[in-house]
Design a protein around this ligand. Structure first.
Ligand code: AMP
Length: 172
């Protein structure tokens, strides 16, 4: 099973999420989608105020026969078809697709790290994982062997001022 994180903070954000989920269907079976959350953009000090645009975030899970790098290439193709242009690491994006976790895969290469190195630091990524795969066993580091649901409880991850449930859903 693979869990992907999706985010969009420019243009028609929900339409970008919906298009990405549709484009995943050929390579992911048994797709399940989380709630759609809204979160404040993570920005470094001094970032242009125009980049401070709220994200819609969600996760999907499913099964794939693709190897990790092939899946990453598929995700990059979806991003570029959505018209994503490079505005720098912190800039707004039509769609961002990240491999959060993938079975028991633990890998770190120049272009791909799994589990995603920021997953456990980002409430907007972690919380949607509980919607789609609460029993997923995290395979790495200090939380190795723990269920995603228990990690979220242990870390007290919850909705709040900067992480809201939009009530929107993307249908799979
Ligand atoms: P982003 O700005 O989030 O699209 O990420 C930029 C780069 O991160 C991508 O071009 C990937 O090569 C790299 N990357 C490393 N690990 C991952 C991962 N787990 N999922 C997605 N991208 C990743």
């Amino acid at each position: 099973m693979v869990i992907l994180g999706l985010g969009s903070n420019i243009g028609d954000r929900l339409a970008h999420l919906e298009a990405a989920v549709r484009a995943l269907a050929p390579v992911m079976r048994g797709l399940r989608a989380s709630r759609v959350l809204e979160s404040r953009a993570v920005l470094p000090a001094g970032a242009p105020p125009a980049w401070d645009l709220p994200y819609l975030n969600m996760a999907v899970c499913g099964d794939t026969t693709l190897a990790p790098l092939d899946l990453l290439n598929w995700l990059k193709a979806i991003e570029s078809r959505a018209g994503r242009v490079s505005r720098g690491i912190w800039g707004p994006r039509e769609i961002d697709l990240d491999i959060l976790v993938m079975d028991e895969v633990v890998m770190a290469s120049a272009g791909l790290t799994i589990p995603h190195p920021e997953l456990l630091n980002r409430d907007f990524a972690l919380l949607p994982c509980v919607d789609v795969a609460p029993d997923f066993i995290y395979p790495h580091g200090v939380y190795k062997g723990k269920r995603v649901l228990d990690i979220v409880r242990e870390k007290n991850v919850a909705l709040g001022e900067h992480l809201k449930d939009t009530g929107m859903r993307v249908h799979v």
